[in-house]
Design a protein around this ligand. Structure first.
Ligand code: NAI
Length: 506
């Protein structure tokens, strides 16, 4: 595929601009690079050349290709040099007036069909285009950091962006080896909006006393299947940078409870506890290696498990139980606990439906209840999280732990909070993704692709929800909303519709 633009302008030679220039140059485009700060563009070009030559020295890149890419990058001395660019991408300071002023100047320099793209992560593309002569030519190209490595580009449509312009930009992204996902200009676009619950739910679980920071991260990684726990990720991003994004989305949605920031995070930012960059955040740095916690005391290995309420989400676990040689007896209860329930020894294990174990015991008239956190993949999980109800005996806990020990699965015993850790996280990610779809920010496949490529989630939130069962996902939200009274957990219209029609997102 040939690139729709042969000469590209990149304005702002900081972290993002330098990365974008490198991507374009490596694909054979001629690139003009400019920065308002004297020497900045030249320094970025030198740095880029060093990086490409180092890659070539390591054999990761052909030396001739590295030299060719470097030769493609020219330094622009002022904006007039951009007169022959078919596409200009700005990656300057995140400020509406600065971006609008820049585009206004470029409109008077460039040909009428030049596309002006912004790499903004939080400013409305519609607002940037306001007052410009050719708003149909203004579009968002939201690259992720580091641009040379991250495959996703959110192609952001302002209210007046011409769909033909979007198509050319998408083709351009593809020739650069990127995966474009089209979305409407709305606060946070796709990724910065749909990812909010990942941090928000972990912070709320912490504030509710579910477990300590390290345990929540461990459960998110090993039960939830996420590459990094939410607190490790917050420390990496910087608590201040992440809080700024949260606040920007929260304010842009008129302080919708969905995006409400956390007091814990606010307090830590106020105290300069910003994560890795300040040496202290949710962890201290350098972070001493920690041995994994021991599973709680186990009772005698079981020979029989009763599967009292079958559920799609639990079925893979039952397969593992059978494969371990433990007899599974399916026995339907008259008035079953809906989400999935099994009995082992004295323990009644209920897959989390967003209620606490104590609440389930009380409302369903069950004894010795433990809730089992939703795992992304019970067929493969190496760990589960359990919570015991107030009246659950220690021997029932030991019976439940013995089951997982027999399967070679580690157990984290957490406090009895509604929605546990993973269940609330997966449900809220799916809910946010569903709302983005219903509001036409992007289509379902686009949202899932963006979440996999933009924040490295192992599977899109909608695909996960389809696989685990939308009735369960909905129940978690309904129960959490009832428990907390927090509008944050209100269910997306699309999720409700899919539940009522027995449909799926994808
Ligand atoms: P940066 O601070 O590293 O670089 C910005 C560069 O733009 C600086 O070199 C500065 O001298 C130059 N500049 C500022 N105003 C200018 C102007 N009017 N004309 C020409 N040059 C000007 O910033 P960074 O991180 O590269 O961000 C740039 C843009 O990309 C922002 O809009 C940001 O929101 C967005 N973005 C940043 C991401 C990140 O992770 N850093 C990720 C995705 C988007």
């Amino acid at each position: 595929m040939t690139t729709p633009f042969s000469t590209i302008g990149v304005i702002g030679a900081g972290t993002m601009g330098a990365g974008i220039a490198q991507v374009a140059a490596r694909s054979g485009c001629r690139v003009k690079l400019y920065d308002a700060r004297d020497g900045a563009a030249a320094a970025a070009r030198t740095q880029m050349a060093d990086t490409l030559r180092a890659l070539a020295a390591k054999g990761k890149l052909d030396a001739a290709a590295a030299d060719a890419a470097i030769a493609q990058i020219a330094l622009a001395h002022d904006l007039a040099d951009f007169h022959d660019c078919g596409l200009i991408i700005e990656a300057i300071v995140e400020n509406l007036d600065a971006k609008r002023t820049l585009f206004k100047s470029l409109e008077s320099i460039c040909a009428p069909d030049t596309v002006l793209a912004s790499n903004t992560s939080s400013i409305s593309i519609t607002a940037i285009a306001a007052g410009l002569a050719r708003p149909q030519q203004i579009i968002g190209m939201h690259f992720f950091n580091p641009a040379p490595l991250m495959a996703l580009v959110e192609v952001v449509m302002g209210r007046q962006t011409d769909p033909d312009v979007a198509e050319r930009i998408e083709r351009c992204c593809e020739t650069w080896g990127k995966t474009p996902v089209r979305c409407q200009s709305t606060p946070g676009f796709i990724v910065n909006r749909v990812a909010r619950p990942y941090y928000g739910e972990a912070l709320r679980a912490l504030e509710a006393g579910a477990a300590d920071v390290a345990t929540i991260d461990l459960v998110l990684r090993e039960v939830g299947g996420f590459r990094l726990g939410a607190f490790e990720l917050l420390d990496l991003i910087g608590l201040d940078v992440n809080l700024m994004v949260t606040k920007s989305v929260w304010n842009a949605y008129f302080q919708d409870a969905r995006y409400r920031p956390s007091i814990t995070q606010e307090e830590m930012v106020a105290g300069g506890l910003l994560g890795r960059k300040s040496g202290h955040g949710f962890y201290d740095y350098p972070r001493p290696p920690q041995s994994p916690p021991e599973s709680p005391e186990a009772g005698t290995a079981p020979t029989l498990v009763q599967y009292l309420t079958e559920s799609d989400a639990l079925d893979p676990l039952l397969e593992r139980i059978r494969a371990a040689g433990i007899k599974v007896q399916s026995r339907k209860e008259d008035d079953p606990y809906g989400a999935g329930m099994l009995r082992v020894g004295n323990a009644t294990l209920c897959l989390s439906d967003g209620r606490s174990a104590t609440q389930i015991a009380f409302e369903e008239d069950l004894s010795n209840v433990l809730t089992l956190d939703l795992a992304r993949d019970f067929a493969r999980t190496s760990r589960v999280a359990l919570a015991r109800g107030e009246d659950t005996t220690t021997s029932a806990v030991a019976d439940a732990v013995a089951l997982f020990k027999a399967l070679g699965i580690e157990v984290s015993l957490i406090d009895d909070v509604p929605g546990m850790i993973v269940a609330r996280t997966l449900a809220m990610l799916a809910n946010e993704a569903a709302d983005a779809v219903v509001q036409r920010v992007a289509d379902a496949a686009g949202v899932d692709t963006a979440m996999c490529l933009g924040v490295n989630h192992p599977e899109g939130p909608l695909a996960t929800a389809d696989r685990l069962g939308l009735t369960l996902i909905n129940a978690i939200l309904v129960n959490m909303q009832a428990h907390t009274g927090d509008d944050r957990y209100r269910q997306s219209l699309l999720l409700q519709r899919k539940v009522w029609s027995d449909g799926s997102f994808l």
